[in-house]
Design a protein around this ligand. Structure first.
Ligand code: BTN
Length: 315
């Protein structure tokens, strides 16, 4: 019964979405779906209460901002099959892991409007209010665990490329996988994996992009696309472009090639940095990222240090 009700709501929403801004009367919705007019009214009321932008007009109902929606039916058919949409979750990371354990295929994507327990790297809280794009990719790489890092580099590379293309901005990547715009954090990435024996069972890469939200992160200077562009932009457009670019970049993935392209997008190499690892702090000039994704920094005596994991700050 609960599922049946949910499906009826989704059907009404899809109908309003496909109406492309046209007002649909309760009678038309009822005829098209076979749902009684009273039930249509009840479902629309519930959809509105859940925060969906449906306007009631004297002659029916209209979806006011269809471009903001991320329901699977909003995407092109091939992408649609990849999307697992939730209005609210604790974190897309845990949803993705549950789905991965249940066997969803490589390149499935869990997206949520809002996360109540979004998490960042090093166990930080990741504030995930409405308006941002919060999603986790489920990947099943045929690689041993030490090599999966390359997927993170492919993801940050892909995201910076498509954001620059779509919005004519100057997004750069800060080692290892943060995206910066105007020196402030625009997006962050978190990856987790499960292994069985020597093999990767699945890898999940969570990506948080400040799109139409006002990031209020106390730990970082953060910005959003809306803050920079002074207008709202489409999360659906970003996600569609990202999935396509990422899929292209991981086909026949070649570590050296990904790292070389990534170096073309980074603002870390050449910057003075402070890198905090679990047990030390290193300062110097970032001079390279090697084919394993490690950051090479040089101190004032030209002594080089290779760092494989840490929190990097441009100073
Ligand atoms: C960081 O920079 O610390 C990483 C932030 C990663 C945030 C994303 S939002 C989608 C996914 N779900 C989470 O809880 N975290 C990641």
């Amino acid at each position: 019964m609960v599922n049946e009700k949910k499906n009826q709501k989704d059907r009404i929403l899809e109908l309003l979405y496909n109406a492309g801004g046209e007002t649909l009367s309760g009678v038309r919705i009822s005829e098209a779906t076979g749902i009684s007019r009273v039930a249509v009214w009840k479902h629309v009321t519930a959809l509105k209460q859940s925060g969906l932008p449906i306007d009631s007009r004297p002659n029916g109902y209209v979806l006011s901002n269809p471009e903001d929606l991320l329901f699977p039916f909003c995407f092109e058919p091939l992408v649609r099959d990849q999307i697992h949409y939730f209005q609210e979750v604790e974190t897309t990371m845990d949803k993705a892991k549950t789905l991965a354990r249940e066997g969803v295929p490589h390149l499935s994507c869990v997206v949520a409007e809002h996360q109540t327990k979004g998490r960042g790297r090093l166990n930080r809280k990741w504030v995930s209010s409405k308006g941002g794009l919060w999603f986790t990719l489920i990947l099943r790489p045929l690689l041993p665990p030490p090599l999966v890092y390359i997927y993170n580099f492919a993801a940050s590379l892909s995201l910076s490329l498509i954001l620059n293309q779509l919005f004519d901005v100057d997004v750069s990547v800060k080692w290892p996988n943060d995206l910066l715009l105007g020196g402030k954090k625009l997006a962050g990435m978190l990856s987790e994996m499960e292994t069985r024996g020597d093999m990767v069972q699945f890898l999940v890469i969570g990506i948080g992009i400040n799109v139409n939200n006002d990031p209020a992160n106390k730990e970082f200077k953060a910005t959003s696309l809306k803050n920079i562009l002074k207008k709202k932009v489409s999360c659906k457009q970003i996600l569609t472009a990202f999935l396509s670019e990422f899929q292209n970049n991981i086909q026949d993935i070649d570590c050296q090639n990904i790292i070389n392209q990534w170096k073309g997008q980074t603002s870390t190499i050449g910057s003075r940095v402070r890198v905090e690892t679990f047990d030390s702090i290193y300062e110097g000039k970032a001079v390279d990222v090697d084919e394993t994704g490690a950051l090479i920094i040089e101190d004032h005596r030209q002594k080089r240090k290779k760092i494989i994991y840490g929190d990097c700050f441009h100073t």
